[in-house]
Design a protein around this ligand. Structure first.
Ligand code: BES
Ligand code: ZN
Ligand code: MG
Length: 499
């Protein structure tokens, strides 16, 4: 599918489907007369009236054109009230358009921007949201499923009334394509079963980001190297697995001097059985997704060379598999992380934080301007915020605000949870510096406080618990169907580009 922007006349655009936006209330009449000649707009208004189409958000009306214009069909998309239209509404609406196109096996779509030019929306934001709606809703994970080949949409063309606007839109389309491609990369990794995504496969996925003479380089730490570094958390959690653990460090350097140096640290547990603190079958079912944090980091890295943000980015993850066996780590065992702190492991199912103890410590040794970790960390975060919302915690309110703004702009839900010092006593151990569980209540918060123990004191740091949003057990919306979502790739890209 190619997506492009052009200046053009609506009535002469040759395509299978012409999409025009309509707003609830009076405005829809005005828009139609702007777009078409008097007799056609009169006809369309009559159809709209007969079919009781009110242009409410989420509504659509399909009209066959029978030679009245060059387009075969017209799809009127309701966007609700003009003054309330947003990027999020557009993303959803055009995801729905994509599903409709797929159903009708439409090859060429023309999207009229007339309505959006008139409505006072940010056109860049709108174009990006529409592209995201199309691309992300069309995603399927096809690696293992033979599906009959259907005709899919080949071209999507945005038609503007103004050539300058069209030209500007073209560059927004290119950006949106990168955002979607990064999201899709993350989705593919998360959807891949652990059978075919062991720690070594995560390393290979990371190596694929590195092109000769490109701006991205990689360091891979194997088991002997991890032992030398004192990565007791990664080694301890992986002990029960037949696979070798690895730590990966990717670096992207911009061509010009970097405005900031940012470390992205992802949780990469390729399968979380719980270890000896074995999960019940139902909870274990979805645990191939437990590398969702690292998948988001890899998704971002997959487009950095083209995106060329003005920041230096370090992508770090410790890839392990959490399995029970005669060699597995036991409740009561104590391990030492790279920063020298000791951890009493009381529940082997709270493994993500133990591996992050090492990767966060390592990230801090690079002395970046900030460290951001992403982890499918706790079921407790899902109890607190539900499935769709990421829990964000930070030691730096300004930075947290900046990330929350990016999330809002990117259309991903994120809420801040408190890094409440008073609960720190809950993770203090009798026999080690910290223990890896904090009791029955506030599990997302004690997990965050645990991670903070491995971040140097004045390092600006954000923790994102993506246990819920990384994977949609049920469809979240028209562009995030059941399966991996790619959260929070869109937010991260927006954040990196904000410098
Ligand atoms: N991988 C899980 C968290 C998770 C749960 C992610 C559901 C996605 C969906 C994590 O390793 C875990 O098992 N956490 C435990 C911690 C507890 C033992 C303190 C949990 O949340 O139950
Ligand atoms: Zn676990
Ligand atoms: Mg989920």
């Amino acid at each position: 599918m190619t997506i492009l922007a052009k200046k053009g006349e609506l009535s002469s655009s040759v395509c299978d489907l012409l999409v025009i936006s309509a707003f609830a209330g009076e405005q829809k009449e005005v828009l139609l007369s702007d777009a078409f000649d008097a007799s056609l707009s009169e006809y369309l208004l009559q159809v709209i009236k007969d079919d009781h189409f009110e242009a409410k958000e989420g509504s659509t009306l399909l009209i066959r054109m029978d030679g009245r214009i060059s387009a075969k069909r017209l799809l009127v998309v309701g966007l609700g009230k003009m003054e309330e239209v947003s990027a999020h509404i557009l993303r959803k609406a055009f995801a729905q358009v994509q599903h409709a196109c797929a159903g009708m096996q439409i090859k060429s779509v023309n999207v009229s921007m007339v309505g959006l030019e008139v409505a006072e929306v940010d056109l860049d934001e709108s174009v990006q949201a529409i592209v995201e709606g199309f691309r992300l809703s069309g995603y399927t994970y096809g690696r293992y499923k033979k599906e009959e080949k259907k005709k899919t949409t080949e071209t999507v063309e945005f038609t503007f009334s103004d050539a300058k606007l069209a030209k500007k839109a073209q560059s927004v389309i290119e950006l949106a394509e990168l955002v979607c491609s990064a999201t899709v990369s993350a989705r593919d990794l998360v959807n891949t079963p652990a059978l075919h995504l062991a720690p070594k496969d995560m390393v290979d996925a990371a190596k694929a980001m590195v092109k000769e003479k490109g701006p991205i380089s990689i360091k891979v730490y194997d088991e002997p190297k991890l032992k030398k570094m004192g990565a007791g958390g990664i080694l301890g959690i992986n002990q029960g697995s037949d696979h070798e653990p690895f730590m990966v460090h990717l670096t992207y350097k911009p061509a010009k001097k970097a405005k900031k140096v940012i470390a992205l640290v992802g949780k990469a547990v390729t399968f979380d059985s719980g270890g000896l603190s074995l999960k019940p079958s139902d909870s274990m079912m979805g645990m191939k997704i437990d590398m969702g944090g690292a998948a988001a980091v890899l998704g971002v890295f997959s487009v950095l060379a083209k995106l060329q943000p003005n920041v230096e980015v370090h992508g770090i993850f410790g890839a392990v598999e959490n399995m029970p066996s005669g060699k597995a780590i036991r409740p009561g065992d104590i391990v030492k992380a790279i920063n020298g702190k000791t951890i009493e492991i009381l529940n082997t199912d709270a493994e993500g934080r133990v591996t992050l103890a090492d990767t966060l410590s390592y990230a801090c040794t690079l002395k970046p301007d900030m460290v951001i970790d992403l982890a499918t960390l706790t079921g407790a975060c899902m109890v607190a915020l539900g499935e769709e919302i990421t829990g964000l915690m930070s030691n730096n309110p300004e930075l947290a605000q900046r990330m929350l703004t990016s999330a809002k702009q990117a259309g991903e839900e994120m809420w801040e949870l408190p890094l409440y010092k008073g609960y720190r006593q809950l993770i203090l151990s009798d026999v080690a510096d910290v223990k890896n569980i904090g009791g029955r209540y506030g599990g997302a918060l004690t997990a965050g406080l645990f991670l903070q123990e491995f971040v140097t004191k004045d390092m600006p740091w954000i923790h994102m618990d993506i246990a819920g949003p990384a994977y949609a057990e049920r469809p979240f919306n028209a562009y995030e169907q059941k399966g991996a979502t790619g959260h929070p790739v869109r937010t991260l890209i927006h954040f990196l580009r904000s410098y």
